[in-house]
Design a protein around this ligand. Structure first.
Ligand SMILES: CCCCCCCCCCC/C=C/C(=O)SCCNC(=O)CCNC(=O)[C@H](O)C(C)(C)COP(=O)(O)OP(=O)(O)OC[C@H]1O[C@@H](n2cnc3c(N)ncnc32)[C@H](O)[C@@H]1OP(=O)(O)O
Length: 378
């Protein structure tokens, strides 16, 4: 079942523009054709999911009489479709596209030229693959150091929603290119809606609450493979991951004060808890940049690997973990996280209220303008 927050986010998205709607129809048609080209049988469970989403997307809620218990195949299909309840057609279409996209990406071995930003069907800015029981969500704007655009926040939410429900046992977030992520794309602030800065701050708040909320509620083990420097929100979120592996080339930088902003991603709660208030203050108030080894010593990073062997060592380790009993892993993760889930949601809300004030401030506007006019780099 979709959470109320995610549903309202999707509804908001649906109304965002007619253009996006048309694109989604086109993506759906492409996905339907792509399905026919798949070489590997995706398995019965996946086929049922796809059948249900297709029917919901094209006909709406299940409108067929329930088949008799002996008609096993028709009954399984009916159950699957009926389970989608009143899921909007647009959402079903989107979910169908995501699923087909993850199936076809796991089939294709090549993912375009390294270093170039390439678009994947279904996601503008991510490469999502599922293999060996691991769903990998890779930020894919290497030429912009994987800075997170508005589209990307929305794509990450959708990819996490899909990963939470797919057959994989572990989900991994990583970056394409030399950076893990340079944080919020500062150009997001230049997209001012008709209602002005007030409306922009409100929209940002909704987007950010949903985005961070997805990490708080993610049901399976969540791993960050920090392949290079990390900035801003990509660092603060690490407190919500279960494992953080880092290349020794990675750095961890939260320059909120320099940007006239304040911490998010629940870091005002998780960082003091992880590293103690004194070390957390140095990062979150004074913007001290940590090396991978420092971040590991302070408990933010699980383990550091030499950059030259980072990919090999991390994926070997994760493939072994992915073979562990999945339900036991989920249960343990949830036991660890459930204790503080309410607190995390409350922290998320408080941080966002503070940020709404910051986004309207002169300090923030000047800092963003200085970066965009190429006057200041971190
Ligand atoms: C209604 C919805 C609105 C959505 C908005 C939601 C708002 C949520 C806000 C959540 C709070 C988040 C906070 C943060 O994450 S704060 C951190 C923000 N990040 C930064 O300030 C980093 C800025 N970047 C830099 O300082 C440098 O680029 C960096 C040190 C990362 C790398 O320097 P380097 O010299 O190696 O490389 P370049 O500067 O040449 O970068 C290459 C190109 O990439 C562009 N770039 C990099 N980072 C960003 C970024 N964060 N935003 C936008 N663009 C970025 C850079 O401009 C270069 O582009 P060009 O080649 O076109 O010049």
């Amino acid at each position: 079942m979709l959470s109320r927050e995610v549903s309202s986010f999707l509804v908001q998205q649906m109304h965002m523009s007619q253009t996006a709607m048309r694109a989604s129809h086109k993506d759906f048609e492409t996905a339907v054709n792509q399905m026919k080209l798949l070489k590997k049988d995706p398995g019965n469970e996946m086929k049922l999911k796809l059948y249900a989403l297709y029917k919901q997307a094209t006909e709406g809620p299940c409108n067929m009489p329930k088949p008799g218990v002996l008609d096993l195949i028709s009954k399984a299909k009916w159950d699957s479709w009926n389970a989608l309840g009143s899921l909007p057609k647009e959402t079903a279409r989107q979910n169908y596209v995501e699923l087909v996209s993850s199936l076809s990406s796991s089939e294709s071995s090549s993912q375009g030229k390294p270093g170039a930003d390439s678009k994947q069907p279904g996601y503008e800015t991510l490469v999502v693959t599922s293999e060996d029981g691991i769903t990998k969500i890779m930020l894919n704007r290497p030429t912009k150091k994987n800075a997170i655009t508005t589209q990307m926040y929305q794509d990450i939410v959708l990819a996490l929603e899909a990963a939470g429900k797919d057959d994989s046992t572990i989900t991994v977030l990583t970056g394409n290119g030399d950076y893990y992520c340079s944080g919020n794309d500062l150009n997001n602030f230049t997209d001012i809606p008709p209602g002005g800065i007030e409306e922009q701050a409100k929209n940002n708040a909704i987007l950010l609450r949903n985005f961070v909320g997805c990490f708080i509620d993610f049901p399976k083990p969540l791993v960050a493979a920090v392949n290079g420097p990390a900035v801003g929100i990509s660092v603060t979120l690490l407190g919500l991951f279960d494992i953080v592996y880092a290349s020794d080339r990675a750095t961890f930088h939260t320059p909120f004060t320099h940007l006239g902003q304040s911490p998010e991603g629940c870091s005002s709660y998780t960082f003091p808890k992880i590293m103690g208030p004194a070390k957390a203050a140095e990062m979150l108030i004074f913007g001290k940049k940590l090396t991978a080894r420092e971040a590991c010593a302070q408990g933010l990073v699980t383990e550091v690997f030499p950059d030259s062997t980072f990919q090999k060592e991390v994926w070997t380790r994760l493939k072994a973990y992915s073979k562990l009993p999945p339900n036991a892993m989920r249960t343990s993760k949830q036991l660890i996280r459930n204790v503080e889930r309410e607190k995390l949601h409350a922290t998320n809300s408080e941080e966002i209220s503070a940020l709404q004030g910051r986004w309207r401030s002169e300090e923030c506007t000047n800092a963003v303008m200085n970066f965009l006019s190429r006057k200041v780099k971190l």
